[in-house]
Design a protein around this ligand. Structure first.
Ligand code: DX5
Ligand code: ZN
Length: 222
């Protein structure tokens, strides 16, 4: 299994984003997670396309954009032009999820669907063959630094089993509260795309050490 660590820049130093990204890249990171929040779908506002665009000029890494936004189909072109490589939308935020997923694919980007903790995996049965990534939210979205909700790991197990039974090569992401203490359980559950904000950027700002420690636990699965 090919396992990727995608640090969420929500937990980075907003006054030094380019520097924090550079430090993570020097520790071997080649993918970053951008949490776009609209203050409506989630009770918080973060940043939008201009910030992603500014960082695009500083990095060749894969930019994974997580849209915590109502009707994100409105912003696909903006995100593409800003330099997104993948766009993940919430099942709960799209009235016409099939259309939105097709819009992302037609824009030439990887398409992901995120599920809030209380949304069952079965809601994706019809759309699963059309997505590259399912992002299982392990916290209620809106804020970094929350605790992982344990039952969300059962959703990852279910999805991994079902996608394997269907012969699908699905990327399963986990987002929220992942840290050095729970990373092994998360990997064992079947996640292969690991989002981590606070665990990478916060403890003592030791970005390189934090990345190395997490990648060590992922060793052999990367
Ligand atoms: C939550 C975001 C997550 C979060 C991850 O709304 O989607 O990406 O910032 O941060 P940590 O790892 O601090 O939970
Ligand atoms: Zn996220």
């Amino acid at each position: 299994m090919n396992c990727t660590l995608s640090p969420s820049i929500l937990a980075a130093d907003f006054a030094n984003l380019a520097e924090d990204i550079k430090r993570a890249e020097q520790a071997g990171i080649d993918c970053f997670h951008f949490d776009v929040m609209d203050g409506s779908f989630v009770p918080n506002i973060s940043f939008g396309a201009p910030v992603i665009k500014a960082l695009r000029s500083r990095s060749h890494a894969f930019f994974d954009v997580h849209m915590m936004v109502e009707e994100p189909g409105r912003y696909i072109e903006d995100m593409k032009n800003a330099g997104a490589d993948s766009i993940t939308v919430h099942q709960e935020a799209c009235r016409h999820l099939d259309r939105t997923i097709h819009q992302i694919r037609e824009a030439g980007l990887k398409a992901g669907v995120a599920l809030n903790p209380a949304t069952p995996v079965s809601t994706l049965d019809c759309i699963l063959p059309m997505v590259d990534l399912v992002l299982i939210m392990s916290v209620n979205p809106g804020f970094g630094g929350q605790k992982l909700i344990p039952y969300t790991l059962d959703k990852i197990r279910t999805l991994r089993r079902e996608s394997e039974e269907a012969g699908m090569d699905l990327t399963i992401g986990i987002d929220g509260g992942v840290n050095l203490q729970n990373l092994t359980s998360v990997l064992d559950a079947g996640a292969d795309f690991i989002i981590a904000g606070s665990a990478v950027f916060q403890p003592n700002n030791k970005i390189e050490e934090n990345v190395n420690a997490m990648r060590k636990l992922m060793g052999g699965r990367e």
